[in-house]
Design a protein around this ligand. Structure first.
Ligand SMILES: [Mg+2]
Length: 384
């Protein structure tokens, strides 16, 4: 079997751009992948087009060797754009291999270790009574783990950490009081705090309020997480933007994080994700995968989640509290893995188990979208 064509589709589907990648072969089997570098899809599509030049004619069954070739052969190894492109191609190669062998992808990864994949949900409302109502709604629908959202400014162009922290902490405490001890509660601070700000936030809540704190600070300096760890004992959930095993290296080996938010569409596909999973297992770090994209990402992450021992919850964004994200994409993905209650069933059909209507995808085009460029009151820029 030989690769005959690789094509990237950076297209707006419903509520966002998605970067889908199709790999075709001379056997008639094709595979689909998705890339996760949201907001920079065209840069990734350029990298995919470049890789297509030397992958055409190659054996699609050799995902491990092709991964090494894509990562290492340009001398300037790695980087988020390149590993996002490699991720999509690698996922498509596993889809092809599964279809060629007539087995679901999780069998290629060692076989499923669970039949259903538990998920965690997110409350969409700002800290306040509605946030707690949303949490109760999620619990009524079967979720036992959920993520709260921090206080944001209404204008969506300003972000002032010291105004967010006390409001958010107060409502986290109220949420714990009202929701009880059984539910697993966390919050995602989206890299918006400094070490001191994150410490203040943690110290404003009694112990046991939160079960995980997601991305309180940026990740470029692992030592900063070590410093924050000395100021709080809330487990950290981080890693969704990590773009290789080497970015995970200090976090895993120094036991800096307790939940691994690995993103299979950014880290380097199945080939790289399985290595990070095994390494995390050795440090008793559970996987809590990032899954904010479309049905290809979800399917890939479900297969990955099924095949690893060390797993907690998979992110899901199609819940009753995020109805605003609930665009019906069935026309584009007529076959996909759908949520059953608060869990994903593990599919047994060959490959990823997703069908794409390529003509529908082709009919869409890329729409320029840029994340908000947030500023503080003094005019300086801060993270979105
Ligand atoms: Mg996050």
């Amino acid at each position: 079997m030989k690769i005959t064509r690789i094509i990237a589709y950076p297209v707006w589907i419903g509520i966002r751009n998605q970067l889908l990648v199709k790999v075709e072969t001379d056997s008639g089997i094709h595979g689909w992948g998705e890339s996760g570098l949201s907001g920079r899809e065209q840069a990734v599509a350029g990298a995919v087009a470049h890789y297509a030049k030397f992958l055409t004619g190659r054996d699609p069954m050799l995902a491990g060797a092709l991964w090494q070739e894509m990562y290492r052969s340009q001398y300037f190894e790695g980087g988020r754009v390149l590993t996002a492109a490699i991720s999509a191609i690698d996922i498509a190669l596993y889809d092809i291999k599964g279809k060629a062998l007539g087995v679901p992808v999780h069998q290629l990864l060692g076989g499923k270790q669970r039949d259903r994949i538990p998920t965690f949900a997110t409350t969409h409302a700002a800290p306040g009574p509605e946030m707690i109502e949303q949490a109760k709604l999620l619990m009524a629908h079967g979720w036992t783990c959920m993520r709260l959202s921090p206080h944001d400014h209404e204008n969506k162009t300003t972000y002032e950490p010291r105004e967010s922290i006390p409001v958010t902490a107060k409502w986290c405490v109220k949420a714990r009081e009202e929701l009880g001890d059984a539910v697993v509660l966390g919050i995602d601070y989206h890299h918006r705090l400094s070490v001191a700000e994150a410490a203040s936030f943690c110290q404003k809540m009694p112990r046991g309020t939160l079960d995980f704190l997601e991305e309180p600070i940026r990740d470029e300096t692992p030592a900063a997480y070590a410093a924050l760890r000395r100021m709080t004992d809330i487990p950290f959930a981080i890693g969704e933007e990590f773009a290789s095993k080497w970015q995970f290296l200090p976090y895993i080996e120094q036991d800096l994080h307790q939940f691994n938010r690995i993103d299979i569409c950014n880290v380097g596909g199945f080939t790289e994700a399985m290595k990070v999973a095994g390494w995390s297992e050795a440090h008793y770090v559970d996987l809590m995968p990032h899954n904010p994209l479309g049905p290809i990402c979800t399917a890939a992450t479900v297969h990955f989640s099924a095949a690893v021992a060390n797993f907690s919850w998979l992110e899901v964004r199609t819940t009753p509290t995020e109805a605003h994200l609930g665009f019906d994409n069935s026309a584009y993905f007529p076959t996909q893995i759908r949520l059953d209650g608060a869990e994903y069933p593990v599919p047994d059909s060959p490959g990823l188990g997703v069908e794409v209507d390529e003509d529908r995808v082709k009919a869409e085009s890329f729409k320029f979208w840029e994340a908000p460029h947030l500023r503080r009151h003094d005019g300086s820029y801060t993270n979105w």
